[in-house]
Design a protein around this ligand. Structure first.
Ligand SMILES: Cc1cc2nc3c(=O)[nH]c(=O)nc-3n(C[C@H](O)[C@H](O)[C@H](O)COP(=O)(O)OP(=O)(O)OC[C@H]3O[C@@H](n4cnc5c(N)ncnc54)[C@H](O)[C@@H]3O)c2cc1C
Length: 463
């Protein structure tokens, strides 16, 4: 009997379990245990909101659960009577329903040799024994598995570096932007201050708009850039052949720059140039030496993210409306402090390129900086316990955890584990392009294939 324990039932953990259920052989007993802190339907922060105006940020025809059929989600939605187009951005709550539906269907068709269990609990620690792994849950419960998969996903954003650290405990500072009750205590005219101007800020500003919020909204980030909008543009031909011999960021970016200029001359959108790199981004990243990865993060990451991660046109429309009415103010600058005032918090920031501090009062400050991916900073019992024991170490450029491209975890001494595996955002440092559905579904299929000895051969080459 092979027993595979998957920690985390977000998209990564569920797709891995789904593929294991789907491809497990008839003649071999397999036990799969899926464990998550949330309830049986919880699927991580990305798909937990119920509001149907919170849309996927990837077009419907790319969100299928199976890499052999990227349009599967779109077809599923149409079968349910939705008149959806390839280029539509459907609600995230519908996507949750889709994944749960696929999962439940696969589960009800599972082979008799497969044993599946879903545990709603937190994994606090793991311990390697001679032959297998002991998994510790709450209340001193534990069980033995042959392999443990870390599908830990999105952690809360890291706190801003401010002088008055005590203010981080103030109830008006909200570290978790995905908490469904994030605006519960807010009155219509209250001022809201967002740290971050990316996709999370866009989501929350849209929620405020839908609530008819009247108060002032401020959002700050180093450069004050908003994510670009999705557009259905002409495809730009791949130029990977030109890039692939280079292992340094400067040369690679001068080639990309050349193609951006070329695209602009031809009237092709620059987003098409970046999109042409998506299928090979993991290969480019894998070849970069550590120092070059760090250089990319220091100098180019922010610009890359703005072009790479996009919002649906409808989300952009609402943001533009909030902006042009003067309700939303976007600032390029750096927060230096919060100070407690009666009934509010006072934010201190320095606008980009200026020296003088600006003070602004807000009823709430919400951290929208995106999930923390530096595992040395993550406050999470399982991560801290594994770090302490040296079972995991930070990944390249301190992003995620170290592993082989196939997800086999590498410990503090550099040994590759045959018991501990990972997928999803933990692989950020190793593969870089790993956070969205099109990449997660491939990782899940490959890892299932690895466990089930070549059952899913089609996707196991390349890396
Ligand atoms: C708000 C938001 C919107 C997004 N929208 C899109 C989109 O439209 N399209 C797209 O392609 N991508 C989107 N993404 C990217 C998203 O990260 C992935 O699509 C995907 O949801 C990640 O799934 P995951 O399972 O890796 O992580 P998560 O969804 O974070 O799931 C991890 C799970 O692990 C559990 N867990 C962690 N530690 C433990 C433990 N010790 N014990 C038990 N359980 C544990 C958590 O409870 C959680 O349920 C979005 C991300 C966010 C944050």
């Amino acid at each position: 009997l092979k027993h595979i324990a998957i920690t985390g039932a977000g998209l990564s953990g569920r797709l891995l379990a789904l593929n294991l259920l789907r491809y497990s052989p008839d003649d071999n007993e397999v036990a799969i245990t899926l464990i998550d802190k949330g309830n049986e339907k919880y699927m991580g922060p990305a798909y937990s909101a119920d509001e149907d105006f919170l849309l996927l940020n990837v077009p419907a025809d790319r969100m299928g659960a199976y890499s052999e059929d990227p349009e599967h989600f779109l077809k599923w939605a149409r079968k349910r009577g939705l008149t959806a187009d390839k280029w539509d951005f459907l609600p995230r709550s519908l996507y949750r329903e889709y994944i749960l539906d696929q999962f439940n269907k696969t589960l009800s068709n599972k082979k008799r040799s497969v044993n599946f269990k879903h545990i709603c609990n937190e994994v606090f620690d793991i311990e390697f024994t001679d032959r297998n792994v002991k998994v510790y849950l709450d209340q001193n419960e534990n069980f033995i598995a042959d392999k443990v998969v870390l599908a830990l996903g999105n952690f809360l954003p890291g706190n801003p570096e401010i002088k008055n650290k005590l203010a981080l405990n103030n109830k008006r500072y909200i570290q978790n932007p995905w908490n469904p009750g994030v605006f519960n205590s807010l009155s219509d005219n209250d001022t809201v201050f967002f740290i971050g101007t990316g996709q999370t800020m866009v989501d929350l500003a849209i929620i405020l708009h839908k609530r008819n919020h009247k108060g002032k909204i401020t959002a700050i980030s180093r450069h004050g850039y908003l994510p670009m909008v999705h557009k259905n543009f002409e495809v730009y031909d791949s130029f990977y052949e030109e890039i692939k011999k280079f292992k340094n960021v400067a040369d690679i970016f001068s080639i990309i720059r050349k193609h951006i200029d070329n695209a602009e001359k031809k009237g092709i959108d620059i987003r098409a140039v970046i999109d042409s790199l998506r299928p090979v981004t993991q290969n480019i990243w894998l070849k970069l030496p550590a120092e070059e990865k760090n250089k990319f993060l220091r100098h180019l990451f922010r610009y890359w993210e703005i072009i790479r991660s996009r919002i649906p046109p409808e989300s952009e429309r609402i943001i533009k409306e909030l902006f042009s009415s003067g309700q939303l103010n976007i600032i390029a600058g750096k927060i230096t402090d919060f100070n407690e005032k009666p009934g509010s918090l006072e934010v201190t920031y320095i606008p980009r390129g200026e020296k003088n501090k600006v003070l602004e009062e807000a009823k709430v400050i919400i951290n929208c900086c995106g999930p923390e991916s530096d595992y040395k900073k993550i406050v999470h019992p399982l991560v801290m316990n594994m770090m302490k024991k040296g079972l995991i170490r930070p990944g390249p450029a301190n992003l995620g955890i170290d592993a082989l491209p196939n997800g086999s975890v590498i410990n503090r001494n550099g040994d590759v584990s045959d018991k501990l595996f990972t997928l999803g955002s933990t692989m950020r440092g190793v593969l870089w392009e790993v956070l969205a559905v099109p990449e997660i579904r491939v990782q899940a299929e490959k890892l299932a294939g690895l466990f089930l000895d070549d059952y899913i051969e089609k996707n196991m080459d390349n890396l």
